[in-house]
Design a protein around this ligand. Structure first.
Ligand SMILES: Cc1cc2nc3c(=O)[nH]c(=O)nc-3n(C[C@H](O)[C@H](O)[C@H](O)COP(=O)(O)OP(=O)(O)OC[C@H]3O[C@@H](n4cnc5c(N)ncnc54)[C@H](O)[C@@H]3O)c2cc1C
Length: 403
């Protein structure tokens, strides 16, 4: 029997892409979102790296790279088809410069070896040719001494690589996706409603139905429920009778979004691999800056995590200042952003991982992020998005399973 009613819990990139895919298959999903609008959380306030797997070179099995690159290669065509507009102009236009820190959990020789293997994995994927035609050769290469010297004089940076990854301006994509959702008459939005759990109407079978327990009371029943709540996912999974993962962590991270008065030349660069930071140059005037220790506000294994900015502090200014200070010690070009800033906005969100530990510890499970995707109990599906860049690919897969 064709599924008729679908409740999507959470209006981030996953929930919104899924709603659009379902609407285009003729279904009429309802999105439940606790904030005043969709796409206001982590999916708006992140760096937008379209992962091909290079950031996960500390995972010796390369399983994380294998998993994330599939979603990364699919990201741009899928989002463009959903928003019916090109993403050209919203994306970084050159390779990311990966700068290997002296205390990196992956030392430079091993990084070179793993990057070679990850490039081979990317290039053997069936979607690689289409991606390459648009963004250029899909191979990482070591930076020459002169190239490295033009970026940094820090003695802590011991090697560098040009890596064929791009990033997208997530605030602009959030606006495009939101507009597509609003324009799609089949999608119903229930904003400002907190989801507390679900309950099955009859036994767990292929034809079961679910009610959604919300701050407004019981909703439904629905033929299918998809939990796309990110940091809010686990308590609702518990109510559905799904087993929690054996390990997980929630981290609340803030980053700095800068618009400059004039165009500034500064390559997109990141210091790898560990608790460092990065700068993204989307178009010469819009930049993303992060310094992990400055931006990390909360790290917890709580099932239902909460964080609010501490009252009476100037937290956002402090995060901006310490991020500029730390990054400019490695990348002096960052000072020009501070001097020419037209606006500085601090924003962020939760990062969920079914892994934990310190990024500085090579043995921590946090370096392996391969364990994400879809779990289900009858017609209740729970989706761990994994990364922003894997969301559209997962959403299309979930839509296929439902329809
Ligand atoms: C600083 C930072 C940088 C990042 N950089 C990258 C990057 O470069 N590349 C990358 O791929 N990923 C990155 N990420 C991770 C990325 O942001 C997330 O993986 C992605 O946005 C998750 O999308 P989502 O739709 O699952 O979750 P969200 O966007 O968080 O959407 C979930 C929605 O559910 C709502 N919600 C939660 N609980 C409830 C409830 N109980 N009731 C009702 N509504 C609820 C929330 O309000 C939210 O709108 C970064 C994250 C951060 C914070």
């Amino acid at each position: 029997m064709m599924t008729r009613s679908v409740a999507i819990l959470g209006g981030g990139i996953l929930g919104c892409c899924l709603a659009l895919f379902l609407a285009r298959r003729g279904l009429s999903p309802v999105i439940f979102e606790e904030m005043e609008d969709v796409l206001c959380g982590a999916s708006r306030w992140n760096e937008g790296k379209i992962h091909l797997g290079y950031l996960y070179s500390a995972d010796a099995s390369l399983n994380t790279s294998r998993q994330v690159l599939v979603g990364g290669l699919a990201f741009t065509p899928l989002v463009e088809s959903l928003v019916e507009a090109p993403l050209t102009g919203l994306m970084t236009t050159s390779d990311d410069m990966f700068l290997c820190h002296a205390t990196s959990v992956v030392p430079p020789t091993l990084m070179a070896e793993r990057f070679g293997k990850i490039s081979a994995l990317v290039n053997t994927h069936p979607d690689a040719a289409r991606h390459e035609a648009r963004f250029g050769a899909l191979a990482a290469r070591p930076l020459s001494t002169a190239e490295l010297g033009s970026l940094t004089h820090s003695p802590s940076i011991v090697a560098g690589f040009a890596v064929p990854e791009r990033s997208v301006q997530t605030r602009a994509v959030a606006d495009l996706l939101r507009a597509a959702v609003m324009a799609e008459g089949r999608i119903r939005l229930r904003r400002g409603i907190r989801v507390r759990g679900v309950q099955v109407v009859s036994g767990i079978t292929a034809g079961d139905r679910w009610r959604v327990i919300t701050s407004e009371g019981l909703e439904g029943p629905f033929d299918c429920v998809v939990n796309a709540l990110w940091q809010g996912r686990l308590p609702v999974d518990q109510s559905a009778g799904l087993q929690l993962p054996s390990d997980w962590s929630h981290r609340y991270r803030l980053a700095v979004f800068v618009r400059t008065r004039r165009e500034i030349w500064l390559p997109s660069a990141l210091i790898a691999v560990g608790p460092y930071g990065d700068v993204k140059n989307y178009n010469g005037r819009d930049f993303y800056l992060s310094w992990y220790p400055a931006g990390l506000q909360c790290e917890t294994k709580a099932v239902d995590p909460h964080w609010t900015s501490p009252p009476g502090t100037d937290l956002y200014n402090e995060v901006a200042t310490s991020t500029f200070d730390a990054l400019s010690r490695y990348l002096p070009g960052v000072e020009a952003l501070r001097e020419n800033a037209e606006s500085v906005t601090v924003g962020g969100g939760w990062v969920y991982a079914s892994a934990s530990g310190s990024l500085a510890n090579p043995a921590a499970t946090i370096h392996s992020r391969a364990d994400f995707g879809i779990s289900r109990r009858g017609s209740y599906l729970s989706v761990d998005t994994g990364k922003y860049s894997t969301a559209p690919w997962l959403a299309e897969m979930v839509a296929g399973q439902i329809a």
